[in-house]
Every structure is written in C-alpha cells, then in structure tokens.
Design a protein around this ligand. Structure first.
Ligand SMILES: [Cu+2]
Length: 119
C-alpha cells in the first residue's frame, strides 16, 4: 500500500516538473501593428513565442487570468524590463527592442516561460 502511495506521489511530482519546467507550449505569434495580447494562465504564456521587429515600439498586452502570486511578475532579464501584472486587467508593457536576438521572459520563479524573438 505504501508503495502505491509513493508511486502516485512520484507520478504527481514528475507531472508537475514536466508541466512547469520541461513541457513548452510552442504557440508562436508575430506582432502585427506593434501590439500583441499575451494571456497568462495555467502556467503558460499564450502565445509564448513572440516575433517582433528591431527598433519598433512594441506593446505587449498581458492579460493575467491566473491568481497564483507566482504569475504576478514578468521579467525580461536580458532587456532590463519587468512589470507587475494585475489580475483580469490588461497591462500594457511598451518598450522598443533595439537589438536583434532571442530574449527569454519568465515569472519570478521561472514557471511561466516565454521568448521574444527580435528580428
Ligand atoms: Cu512563477
């Protein structure tokens, strides 16, 4: 009996690890008209891969549906950009990416992960 309980526990832990750290939601979108909506819910940014253009002002409109405090912050560590996201109120983060490259963004603990590709 204890073995079964342990196996279930291990399976749950494995699932959590997979869901938050290994599985990547590869939804990809290109910014049209300098703004894009990003839904923050259930451990994923949707879309999670965003393509934008160098030197053009960019507005990322984060729509946070997850009340988990983990999803509150979004950090673009390489770009020195961060924001606190309110729940169920779109938050517009506007900046101009000046360099080409791939820039990861994430919540504080790195459970939510996304990538901004500047072309
Ligand atoms: Cu987090």
């Amino acid at each position: 009996m204890y073995i079964v309980v342990n196996l279930i526990g291990i399976a749950i832990i494995a699932f959590i690890v997979w869901w938050f750290w290994i599985y990547k939601n590869r939804s990809e979108a290109r910014v049209e008209g300098n703004a894009i909506d990003i839904v923050v819910d259930s451990g994923v940014y949707e879309p999670s891969v965003i393509r934008a253009k160098t030197g053009e002002e960019l507005t990322l409109r984060f729509i946070r549906r997850d009340s988990n405090p983990c999803s509150e912050k979004v950090l673009f560590s390489d770009l020195d950009v961060s924001a606190d996201l309110p729940i169920n109120t779109p938050y517009e983060l506007t900046f101009t990416p000046e360099q080409k490259g791939e820039f990861e963004f994430a919540c504080q603990m790195g459970m939510y992960r996304g990538k901004l590709i500047v072309e």
